[in-house]
Design a binder for this molecule. Sequence first.
Ligand SMILES: Nc1ncnc2c1ncn2[C@@H]1O[C@H](COP(=O)(O)OP(=O)(O)OP(=O)(O)O)[C@@H](O)[C@H]1O
Length: 462
Amino acid sequence: MSLVYAVNIKRREQCYRTQQETQKILSINHLHLSKQFEHLKIKLEVITSATNNFADDNCIGRGGFGKVYKGKLLHSKGESIVALKRLDPTFGQGNPEFWKEIIMLSLYKHENIVSLLGFCDEGNEKILVYEYASKRSLDLYLNDDDLTWIERLKICIGAARGLAYLHNPGTIGYCDPIYVETGLLTKESDVHAFGVVLFEVLCGRLCTINKKDIHQPLTGLVRRCYKEKTINEIVFHSIRDGIKPKSLEAFITIAYRCLKRNLEDRPLMTDVVRTLESALDYQVDQLNTLSLKNDGGPGLSTSKPFEDDIEAEVNSYFHQMFSGQLTVDAMIQMLARYKESSEKREQSIFECVIANLFEEHKFFNKYPESQLKAVADLFGLLIKNKLLTHLTLGIALRSVLDALRKPADSKMFSFGTIALEKFLERLVEWPQYCQHILKISHLRDTRLELVTFIEKELHKIS
Ligand SMILES: Nc1ncnc2c1ncn2[C@@H]1O[C@H](COP(=O)(O)OP(=O)(O)OP(=O)(O)O)[C@@H](O)[C@H]1O
């Protein structure tokens, strides 16, 4: 359901261009574009037959382009159910928007953006053919009592990722100066529109009002409540009590920044994605977050691609640590400095070390003993020194637990015990986690002192 939204919010605010600008784009690009996207063309007769000549029964919605129909037809990728948007010139969105949609969606594909399967440009008809999003549009679910806060956050994250993707390779990659000049691709207005969507999701209602509607327009209401610190009162009733305060705070802060009147004050979509991910992270218990990830959930991956020089520097630190030139303690001190550094490069090095460590985790059982000890110490000390937070902490704790569950004579068990010894003093912070550890019978059999220590610590807080 986020798919339809992710794409459509782009258009909502783009009513500011002048007639002149539109004409300029049209005259220069039309023929050229038509040839370039020849392979996506679908004949009008195919479309009229699929929609039973645009029968009302097949109409599934209406938006800024005009009516949307459902139908089954053969396109470049085979036969499937599709959504067809029939451009209605009287609606205001014309040729440039039509071509922009074709250009953007055929060049840039992303799992959170609905795919364009083809188009028709014959006579007076302009029709866009999309994959059919079986869950339709997010607005249908806004005031659904069953849509939980976590589900809402995941939808927002998916849509934000799609939009962030379009903002990065999309506009830079194609970079038609005419589009950029005329403001047809304005990232900041997308961000504003996305902020509105975020508040719609939070408040369980659309931003707009119609004559019958008793609501005030959402943005005005949000601004007032934000200033008066009463946003809680407009949060949708079914989710209000379940949202953890930090999750709500992260969500509102970023959503409100999207609505800033000053364009420069609005965040980049990549910041929006990151903050929404932390909002989810605050909401979900860390170990649960992990199991979602393992279940092929929403892809809460912590690893990001890093520049080659960052990777090279990080590799050299690992190399030095494994060869003994750099002690694990020195590595930890350096990482603690880098984590808090105001320099972006140093922060990236910190993130890259953590990402590499997690990626390497599956190969630890192949490591020679001395290297395995070094990474186990590093793991344990990262946890002890609070250098991992939220999701990464959850992943590290889970890795240690999984390792402890391996047979007592295995390399991974030894990795688990070495790491655990390093952060024993923090264990009481996670009583549930302790219970999982205490259930490992071979740990009791082989390392009774660790088990006794944990039991005593738990006893103190009970
Ligand atoms: N790919 C699709 N799959 C399923 N339903 C769709 C699809 N695209 C659109 N729809 C349905 O048609 C409706 C209208 O969609 P459309 O994208 O034209 O406009 P919108 O999202 O309401 O806003 P706007 O065009 O003004 O940005 C949607 O609300 C949705 O219910």
